[in-house]
Write a protein that binds this ligand. Structure first.
Ligand SMILES: [Zn+2]
Length: 314
């Protein structure tokens, strides 16, 4: 594997302003960020959308890293072109290669400081486990959802998303910035220890494994027929049982939660409740299963093999 840096991305969604604010601060004053001796590439994910103050211009950049789309001949739309540009520049085979992608996001949902891991790549799981060991952050393991693919970090050998909220779109709040930075610094510390061979993995990893998503009830014309129930709003990472209030109609009628018949039985936990950007995706909340996994030695070895090739600054 070629040597490379750690890519730190903010503003993959142009209306998420906290991470870009941090990137700008760290560019001006590198000493503000504890980088654990690793060379970083600070990247504004979607500069055009950031300038316009919108999540994206043509399509969600964080759903644009689909191999078939990226490889399709001819020019794509603006986000697809940006995805290709990022890979050509900072992909593992790029002109300024990066081996790890840490993508900093914010959410309007009350997720607190959390991590999103896509699939079960061993190096990703080792990195997430190390961060969870340090900060106790909850982990949303996103997998097997054909409606939601093409995430940025999936195109780098290792990577995850830091997701902090609640914060309104377009708003910068100091606690959100602080939490984003804490998670990033913990990630860099884990990578540095993996590089030096001193990483000690925890025994277990607690994940919230993605089961599926629920849309709002809708009228025949597609408009919402209810909103998230006030007893559900803001209760991310909490269990939801059959019969619990889920939605509320304009007439004041409560619509309770009913597990779908095809869903695995047992308690489920809700995440990304009423995330503003997911309305257009038909997602009012996502459901997860809370699981404790034994940490496998192979995860740490995979991360160490990769981290050995991470560069130092200068
Ligand atoms: Zn985002």
């Amino acid at each position: 594997m070629v040597a490379g840096r750690v890519m730190v991305v903010g503003g993959t969604h142009g209306n998420e302003r906290n991470a870009p604010w941090l990137l700008e601060a760290w560019r001006r004053h590198p000493a503000l960020l504890r980088s654990s001796g690793l060379a970083l590439e600070l990247v504004l994910g979607n500069p055009a959308a950031h300038a316009a103050g919108v999540r994206y211009l043509d399509q969600d950049l964080n759903r644009s890293f689909v191999p078939d789309l990226l490889a399709a001949p001819g020019p794509g739309n603006r986000e697809l072109e940006r995805a290709r540009e990022l890979l050509a520049r900072h992909g593992p085979g790029g002109s300024a290669p990066c081996l790890v992608a840490l993508d900093l996001h914010s959410t309007t949902a009350a997720m607190g400081n959390s991590l999103v891991v896509y699939g079960r790549r061993p190096a990703d799981l080792a990195l997430a486990a190390g961060i969870q060991q340090r900060l106790g952050l909850p982990i949303y393991l996103h997998e097997q959802d054909r409606a939601q693919t093409g995430y940025l970090v999936e195109r780098w050998p290792c990577g995850l998303v830091v997701e902090v909220g609640p914060v309104p779109q377009g708003v910068i709040q100091a606690p959100i910035c602080l939490q984003s930075q804490l998670a990033l610094e913990a990630a860099l510390e884990v990578l540095a220890e993996a590089r030096s061979g001193t990483l000690r993995q925890p025994d277990r990893l607690l994940v919230h494994r993605h089961l599926g998503s629920l849309d709002l009830p809708r009228h025949g014309d597609g408009s919402p027929a209810a909103v998230v129930h006030p007893q559900r709003q803001g209760r991310d990472w909490q269990p939801i049982a059959a019969g619990d209030p889920l939605f509320l109609t304009a007439e004041g009628a409560t619509i309770p939660f009913h597990p779908r018949e095809d869903q695995e039985i047992g308690p489920v936990w809700a995440v990304f409740i009423n995330e503003a950007a997911y309305g257009e995706k038909g997602i009012a909340l996502s459901l997860t299963r809370r699981e404790s996994w034994p940490v496998e030695p192979g995860w740490g070895r995979a991360l160490a093999d990769l981290a050995r090739n991470l560069q130092s600054p200068g």
